[in-house]
Each structure stands twice: as C-alpha cells, then as structure tokens.
Design a protein around this ligand. Structure first.
Ligand SMILES: Cc1cc2nc3c(=O)[nH]c(=O)nc-3n(C[C@H](O)[C@H](O)[C@H](O)COP(=O)(O)O)c2cc1C
Ligand SMILES: [Mn+2]
Length: 482
C-alpha cells in the first residue's frame, strides 16, 4: 500500500477506513474547535473535517494524526517500526558480497536517488495566486486554541528555508502567530534549523510555508533530522515517491506542488515582535518573547483549499502520535551511533523532552552512564531532562515494569547522575532559560565494579512448571487467563 499522494488522497483514505467524520455544524475556530478536538483526541476518536468553521470558507482538517492506526495508514505500514526498518536497511548497508547482495544494494541506492524532490512546472498549489494587497490571512480558519493565547496562530505549517551559506533546504514545523492580514510571527526556537538559517542571513531571508500536505511530508517537517538532511528528501524516501515541488511565484524557493495553501515571503534581521503567550505542548503557557516577523508577499492556493490544523496542549494531544512516529522511526538512527541501545520510550505525558526510558545490552561497568551521556549528546534528545536506563529484558514501554526496576535496582546514593546541559526552549521549570539540570537513573542490575554487593537472582518460575500448568489448566476449573 502506497502512502497518500496529497491531502485529498489522504482524506479519501481516512474516509474509506472509517477514520474521518465530517462536521457540518458551524463551529468557531476561536476556542470551540479546541474543546471539541480535545475530547475527541482523548477518546481515541477520528479525524475531523469541520466543513463550516465560523468566519471562513475553507474547511478545517484536524486530528488527522491522532491515533496509531492513522499514523500507520499515513505511512502505509502495519506497524510504525516498519518505517524505522526501512531506514535501518539503508543505515546498515554493508559492502555487497555476491550478486544478490549487489542487486539489493543497488535497489537501496536507487531508493535514495528516487527520494530527491522533483521539480515540476505546474502545481495545484498555484491554482489561485494572490500577491501584495490581495493577500489576507483573515480568510483562513486559523484557530485561537486556549483562553490566554495572545492571538490566532497557524499550528501545522511546513516552514521552508535555505541555509544562506550552503543553499541546503530545511523544513520545520514552527507555530505562526497571525499579526495582521499579511504578517505573522515565526516561532523557530533556539535549537532549530530554520532559526540557524536565519542566524546566518544578511538582511532578508526568503521563507515559504506549505499548509495541507500529504501526511508523510507534513510529518517530516516535525522530524528532528540533522541540519544537513533535507526533510523533503526524507519525505520522498519514507513515501517511496519523490515529493513534487514547484517554484514559488515571489520567492526563489520550491514548494510542494500539491499543497493546499502556500504562503511566500521573507523575514528580516532586526525585525522582531513579542510573540505569544501561547499554550503549548508543555501543558503551560509559554511566555512572550521576541521572534521574527514573517512578511507574506504571496498566498497561493488550490481551489476550495482545505486548511490543516492541530492543537497542542496538555498531553495527550494529537501531536503525541507525531512524537511516537519519531520515536519509532529514529530508533535505527540512534542505534547506528549507540548500538547497545535495544529500545526506548518517550512517555507521552513527558511532553517529548521531560523523560526518556532506554533499555540497553549492558556489558561493562558504568555502561548505563555512558548511554545517558550519549542521549544528552544526541540531536534534540540532548534536551531530555530525565533518562532512565534499564536492562535489555525490561520493556521500556511497560511503565509498571520500569517503575519496578527504578525502585528495586536503584540505590539513590549510588545510581543517580545529576548533570547539566541545554534545556528545551519552552521549559519553564529551569532556573534560567535554555540551561538546566539533567537526571539520570541507572536501573540496571549492578556489577561488583559499580560498588554492588552480590546481585540476587530475579524470581522466575521454571519453564517446566509453566508448561505443566499450561497443560493442566482446564483441570483446575479456572477461567482462561492471558
Ligand atoms: C504541532 C507541532 C508544533 C510545533 N511547534 C513548534 C514551534 O512553534 N517552534 C519550534 O521551534 N518547534 C516546534 N515544533 C517542533 C519542531 O517542528 C521540530 O523540532 C522539528 O524538528 C523542527 O525542524 P528542524 O529540526 O528542521 O528545525 C512543533 C512540532 C509539532 C509537531
Ligand atoms: Mn531540519
């Protein structure tokens, strides 16, 4: 099964699969949509297409990513780990030894070559072209999500920039506060690639924003790739089909040809505005602070464009599933540099950066500490506040098991690491912004060199008796158990 080719293809798939409900009633994008979606997300409910958002002629799609099943449909897989496996295949490529291997290697190389975006002359995203004074962001059903939010903001954009020095493209998902008919703020945080591009720009830097994409490309804008990797190429690789791009009408940037809506424009050095406050995925309102103003020079659209949205707030929200996809897809990439990691879990309640649980194949003293420091040194995982390390036989997704070992195997006087490092831009708990403490909990079984007495065996019933009880279960007259 191929991942959907654009947003409409995706909506049709969701509808066929019983994963989408059309809401015909008029609903207000000011707070009301949030409350409806919050209830639907928390109940594991469907994607919603609000056909009549108050004050706008553009339907609003939300909760498209809000369940594991929909994430799998988006990627055309049965399990999200299958997407990771595709990446692992390429990351673990070995020099071929026989013909079969060579052919397999060629196929893998071809899958990379076929991932590059392909430039087309015409794109549906430019069926309607509005420039200059014709642009009015007010026609879009942009949500005001929470009561203390400063303004409406665009929540699900793919923000496209190029590194002014290398020309390398970047896509990032950064919220955009609507400031006026032709201006928004651009909330790229300290550790993000779009911000780094802007940091090296002289004067103006062109920016394009794509709204309403096929789900894999939209996901890719949120993926924590190393800066030099083009998220559009990554999307092409994950989709198994190149993303078609078309040149912008007022900027020298390519945009996904099938986007529902594209905003083109620029940001400029020294042109900043107090952005926020907004309720965010931390579950709190993040304080107002200066961010660049994005000036829109063109707004292009498909006919009857659909506006995509998402709500971030106290977890769990829809973005939890984008995060879970990242957790699964990036496991092989993490293993490529820290191979002793067996699995990991970023609890949804930990809002991505508050906690990571990592299981390892422990083979030497202080191994768990080595892995903690690796996590604190790895891309955006470096922002993780608490790392809990368990042995390979412990399932990091089973929080009861993890709690058991974090209690039973830990001497807090010996097995806790306190360190310091960069803190998430939005973390409100640290004493100062951007810098904070790190907590590591080594919940592995300890070795003598780690200052442990003899480690007792764990209780486990013998396989023989288990088999006997399996065999005799019916005789006991008890109900079936798992
Ligand atoms: C719904 C949603 C909203 C997000 N909003 C922001 C934001 O406002 N600012 C930001 O810096 N990152 C935000 N992120 C996270 C970034 O998209 C993510 O860190 C991504 O890796 C950024 O791309 P980059 O690594 O190319 O900078 C958001 C993610 C999601 C899923
Ligand atoms: Mn990037």
């Amino acid at each position: 099964m191929h991942p959907p080719s654009d947003l409409r293809d995706w909506i049709a798939l969701l509808e066929r699969e019983g994963e989408l409900v059309r809401v015909g009633a008029e609903v207000d994008p000011h707070l009301e949509v949030t409350e409806v979606v919050d209830r639907v997300v928390k109940a594991g409910g469907p994607a919603l297409l609000f056909e009549r958002p108050a004050g706008s002629n553009h339907p609003l799609l939300i909760n498209q990513f809000g369940s594991e099943r929909r994430m799998c449909l988006a990627f055309g897989v049965d399990r999200l780990d299958d997407v990771g496996a595709k990446l692992a295949d390429v990351l673990e490529m070995q020099p071929p030894s026989g013909l079969v291997d060579k052919l397999r290697g060629l196929k893998q190389l071809k899958s990379i070559a076929d991932s590059l975006p392909s430039t087309v002359r015409k794109g549906a995203c430019q069926e309607i072209v509005l420039t200059g004074d014709e642009v009015d962001l007010g026609v879009l059903p942009v949500q005001t999500c929470w009561p203390l939010d400063a303004a409406p903001f665009i929540t699900l954009p793919a923000v496209i920039t190029r590194d002014p020095r290398t020309g390398q493209r970047n896509l990032g998902m950064y919220r955009m506060q609507v400031l006026g008919p032709r201006t928004t703020a651009m909330h790229w945080q300290l550790h993000k690639d779009g911000r780094a591009d802007f940091g090296t720009a002289d004067g103006r830097m062109e920016v394009a924003v794509a709204l309403g994409l096929d789900p894999v490309t939209a996901y890719s804008a949120s993926a924590p790739l190393p800066k030099h990797i083009d998220e559009l190429m990554f999307a092409g690789f994950l989709r198994g089909a190149a993303v078609d791009v078309v040149k912008g009408v007022t900027v020298d940037l390519e945009v996904p040809a099938s986007a529902e809506i594209v905003l083109e424009g620029y940001v400029e050095q020294g042109d900043l505005i107090e952005e926020g406050p907004f309720g965010d995925h931390t579950g709190f309102y993040t304080a107002a602070e200066p961010f660049p103003v994005f000036h829109v020079t063109a707004m292009t659209m498909r006919r009857d464009a659909i506006y995509p949205s998402i709500v971030v707030g106290k977890p769990p929200q829809e973005d939890a599933w984008l995060g879970k996809a990242t957790e699964r897809i990036f496991l092989p990439a993490i293993r490529a540099s820290v191979p002793e990691i067996v699995d990991y879990d970023l609890p949804v309640a930990g809002a991505f950066h508050n906690c990571a649980i990592v299981s390892i194949r422990k083979s030497y003293p202080a191994h768990a500490r080595k892995v903690m420091h690796a996590i604190w040194g790895l891309g955006l995982l470096s922002l993780t506040k608490t790392v809990i390390v368990v042995d390979e036989h412990v399932d990091p997704h089973d929080y009861a098991q993890v709690a058991f070992y974090a209690g039973a195997n830990v001497d807090p006087a010996r097995d806790v690491v306190l360190s310091e490092g960069p803190a998430d831009h939005l973390d409100h708990a640290t004493a100062g912004q951007f810098v904070g403490g790190k907590l590591g909990i080594d919940a592995t079984a300890k070795l003598p060199e780690e200052g442990a007495r003899e480690w007792p065996p764990e209780i486990e019933m013998s396989a023989e008796v288990k088999r006997l009880v399996d065999r005799r279960w019916a005789e006991y007259g008890l109900a079936e158990t798992e």
